[in-house]
Design a protein around this ligand. Structure first.
Ligand SMILES: [Zn+2]
Length: 432
């Protein structure tokens, strides 16, 4: 059976007007309540425009710049409206801080940019908040069942202290949508397909619905899941042609694809189909890594997730985790040595958010030098997400997202998993 070929009607699919509508409604209700027209205009604007970030001065402590590896003693970071206005040694910036601006003292501590989790599933507001508390001030979604990630992205714009700055993936492009068939009325025609989402038309439709819902990136898979004992992650679910169809559909919307992959053939098919980043990739081989380097394809190994499998109470999953983890670590080191760009991602989902610092530790355990491991969750991941210039460093013009930690991360990466304080867009939030 074939999916109806008519493109989804754009008017019905575009939800971008929802906020504008809400703002207009707020304006209307203000007028009804007898407020002055100017006041109603102000309330409409404040509801429809991003929330202003906070003002904060972080002072004292050692500032690490992941780009250069430079460490600045007795540093000062001045954040105005959620953006770094100045960062450097006190001797250069002076000791005067603008009056009335809150000061976060970090004497005896280390100051880093907030970290980036390049693969996380944020399904609830509580998980979004938890991700920030655990140190991820920017993130890329690995998909959600009902477009919660698109809403989390908006939450981050309106109230940045409550969610990481996010690239949303929308729903998973996968053969069996399950309950996700209910995520959007325009997916309903796919329910008639006995073979699931496999034809070019069906694949294009799921991508089109995602793009219309405002996805920043497209998530798909080449292999079955590792986290379900009844599935074999080495079994391939899409071939090179299907993956190419997904990549082409995403590219038409100006978006890249992240692809859940395990087997070497699956990884190779995904990479040569033109994906932007390879997710998990436990059995990726050298020929595929060389191809990734040539194309600039990123590798997001999600070591945290595979290490988590090894601790599973399910014996199949535990064995899988114990077998895969050393293989994946070797792949990570081989990738790094070949010059394949690496991005840190926890693959957190289902209520528990793992600290992104843990993934940095595991990158180091796989053989990356400490600074290179830190880069996978700062400058490297920021570039993959298109947040370079915003996240990954604390320099003038970058976001006022800060991690304050209790020790030297270059000597002990464990401190990244236990941040003493997280600052998101100039708002100091207590760490978890
Ligand atoms: Zn995932």
């Amino acid at each position: 059976m074939c999916v109806d070929n008519t493109p989804p009607p754009p008017g019905r699919l575009t939800r971008r007007g929802v906020l504008a509508g809400a703002a207009a409604l707020a304006g209307t209700s203000a007028v009804l309540a007898g407020a002055a027209p100017e006041a109603s205009a102000t309330s409409a604007a404040s509801l429809g425009s991003p929330g202003r970030g906070g003002d904060l001065v972080v002072e004292g402590g050692r500032l690490l710049d992941p780009l250069t590896g430079e460490v600045t003693e007795d540093a000062v970071v001045v954040i105005v409206g959620g953006v770094v206005r100045a960062a450097g040694p006190r001797s250069r910036l002076g000791t005067r801080t603008p009056s009335g601006v809150p000061v976060l003292r970090a004497h005896g501590q280390w100051i880093l940019p907030g970290l980036v989790d390049a693969h996380i599933h944020l399904n609830t507001a509580a998980e979004a908040r938890d991700a920030v508390l655990k140190g991820a001030t920017s993130a890329r979604s690995g998909s959600t069942n009902f477009y919660q990630d698109v809403a989390v992205r908006e939450l981050a714009r309106q109230a940045p202290e409550r969610a990481p700055r996010l690239r949303a993936a929308g729903i998973f492009v996968t053969p069996d949508l399950g309950d996700t068939i209910l995520a959007d009325p325009d997916l309903a025609p796919l329910a008639r397909l006995r073979e699931g989402v496999r034809s070019a038309e069906a694949l294009r439709r799921v991508v089109a619905v995602n793009l219309a819902r405002g996805a920043d990136t497209i998530k798909t898979r080449v292999n079955e899941r590792a986290g379900l004992p009844e599935q074999d992650p080495l079994v391939q679910v899409y071939d090179h042609e299907q993956l190419s169809t997904i990549v082409a559909a995403a590219r038409r919307g100006g978006k890249g694809v992240l692809c859940h992959s395990y087997s070497e053939k699956g990884c190779h098919d995904a990479v040569t189909a033109g994906i932007r980043s390879l997710e998990h990739g436990a059995f990726v081989g050298e020929r595929t890594l060389r191809e990734m380097r040539r194309r600039g394809t990123y590798f997001t190994p999600t070591l945290t997730a595979i290490a988590g499998l090894a601790e599973s109470s399910d014996p199949v999953l535990a064995e899988r985790g114990r077998t895969y983890l050393p293989v994946l670590k070797r792949a990570v080191l081989a990738a790094h040595e070949l010059g394949v760009p690496l991005a840190a991602g926890t693959d957190s989902s289902g209520g528990t958010v793992d600290p992104i610092g843990r993934e940095v530790e595991l990158m180091h355990a796989a053989g990356l030098p400490a600074l290179d491991a830190i880069r996978t969750a700062t400058t490297g991941a920021a570039k993959l997400l298109g947040f370079d210039g915003t996240a990954g460093r604390l320099a003038r013009g970058f976001a006022g997202d800060v991690l304050v930690v209790d020790g030297d991360p270059l000597a002990d990466l464990g401190v990244l998993s236990r941040p003493a304080r997280v600052v998101r867009a100039g708002f100091s939030v207590p760490a978890a």
